[in-house]
Design a binder for this molecule. Sequence first.
Ligand code: TYM
Length: 346
Amino acid sequence: MSETNQNQTQQAQPKRKRILSGIQPTGTPTLGNYVGAVRNWALLQKDYDCLYMVADLHSLTVREEPAALRRRTRELSALLLAAGIDPVNSVLFVQSHVPSHTQLAWVLACNTQYGQLTRMTQFKDKSAKHPDNVNGGLFTYPVLMAADILIYNADLVPVGEDQTQHLEITRDIAQRFNNLYGPTFTLPDGYVPKAGARIMSLAEPTKKMSKSDPNVNSFVLMTDDRDTIVRKFKRAVTDSEGSVRYDAANKPGVSNLMAIYSTFTGKSMEEIEAEFAGKGYGDFKLAVAETVADALTPIRTEYSRILADKAYVDGVLKDGAARAARLADRMVAKVYRKIGLLQPER
Ligand code: TYM
């Protein structure tokens, strides 16, 4: 291509929108994390400039053994790479490696009302779950999350449904700041998948699938092997009706399995109902399990390979942190200037 043509092509291309999302290193991610978020992170890379983050600071809100936190942070990074996060075209980094996030979080905390934070359902749920450790970090958790997003002027945030309230408060914080100090932050939109925004527990399908559930049969981990996946789906709680029909209110177990199957096959609920008409739950559960195992097996294999190369993973994270910090530091400097903090001599 000649230089003139190249320039024309560059000019014709609109600026790509930016994505930021994160996941906590609190345990091995489940199928819920994959379907609700990580799978989309990988898919969206072709159309967006993406930053993906291991939210280690957020995980400090629950007490964690230091060695386990360190190990899980590296493991989760390797798993994200195995799931298709491209460390060259996207930026993969660890939250605590980019100190500007916490610097911005303080400024945003001073612009967020106590009353608004008390209304966060996740704060209420987590306080009820850990009454012995209702710490300040748990309370200001959404402010740090707002900083993670706003510091990059992210346009889109791919998350599962449980994070949508945190996105709403992020938009509120951004809007209020922009009104006070002039246009500064982009108001981000959520990207929540149609099917699979809330994958439910296989044992109690009215509860969200969660890696912290004490019942290991309630979740499928992203690293589970085929036999384990099949065994867990075979045990999944359904109902006594015996027909594969989508009805989330009255048939939560079957509807959850249908949502999972739909995500991986791209089939609509009607198509799935037609496929399993006249068949029993046994056939259906096996089909769901096989589809999930087919999707997760290559990730699992790749995960072991990548994790064995610790230097590679650490190198990716070092590069990611440097690239993220270049953007984040600039935003913090801009915000500090706008709110009137005296700039130090450089
Ligand atoms: P975390 O680590 O709890 O979960 C990571 C992502 O997985 C989604 N998810 C689910 N989706 C569908 N069904 C489920 N059962 C399910 N369980 C989890 C979550 O919605 C999430 O998208 N606060 C965030 C981490 C974070 C963040 C951010 C996210 C920190 N900073 C900035 C976006 C932007 C969290 O705890 O995710």
